[in-house]
Design a protein around this ligand. Structure first.
Ligand code: ZN
Length: 153
C-alpha cells in the first residue's frame, strides 16, 4: 500500500470520487454540492456514499454554493434511514483548483470531511479532501486522484 492512501483519514471510497466527479462534470459551469455519508458511527468510518443536494446560493452559483438547512435535514434523514451518517460535504470548483475558499473555511464544521472536485471545460483536476479540526480549521488530508480527461455523461 502506498503511503498516500494510508495518510487519508477520510478514506473516501473510489465510487464516491467517481460519482462526485460525474456530478461536477454534469453541473459545470456551476458548483454542485451534497453530503458525504459513512457507515461507521465512529468518525473514522469509510465514506462510501454521497447524496447530491441542490445548490441554493442566490448569487453566482459558478463561484459559491449553499446548502439549505431543510435540504441538509432531508439528506440526513435519507442517510439515517439507511443506517448511514453524515460525515462531510462535497462540492465542485468550476475552473478553479481544489483549494478551499474563504467561505469554505469559514463554514467548516469541526470533524467534518470536505471533498472539493475541481472541474474545467475539458478536464477534471485532482480532487482534494480536507478535514476540519476541533476548531473548524481545514487541513488537507490527501490528494485523491490525478487529473483525468473529462468524461461526458
Ligand atoms: Zn469551495
Amino acid at each position: 500500500m502506498r503511503a498516500a492512501a494510508s495518510a487519508n483519514p477520510g478514506r473516501i471510497a473510489p465510487i464516491v470520487l467517481e460519482r462526485a466527479s460525474c456530478l461536477a462534470t454534469n453541473g459545470y459551469p456551476y458548483e454542485v454540492c451534497g453530503l458525504l455519508l459513512a457507515q461507521d458511527p465512529a468518525t473514522e468510518g469509510r465514506i462510501d456514499r454521497l447524496v447530491e443536494l441542490p445548490n441554493r446560493h442566490s448569487g453566482d452559483r459558478r463561484v459559491r454554493f449553499r446548502i439549505d438547512p431543510s435540504d441538509y435535514q432531508a439528506g440526513e434523514q435519507w442517510a439515517e434511514d439507511r443506517g448511514l451518517r453524515v460525515a462531510g460535504v462535497f462540492h465542485s470548483h468550476p475552473d478553479r483548483a481544489a483549494n478551499p475558499s474563504a467561505e469554505d473555511r469559514a463554514g467548516a464544521w469541526p470533524g467534518f470531511h470536505y471533498l472539493i472536485v475541481p472541474v474545467g471545460r475539458a478536464e477534471l483536476g485532482p480532487s482534494r479532501v480536507y478535514r476540519a479540526d476541533a476548531g473548524g480549521r481545514l487541513t488537507a488530508s490527501a490528494m485523491e486522484r490525478p487529473s483525468l480527461p473529462r468524461r461526458d455523461g
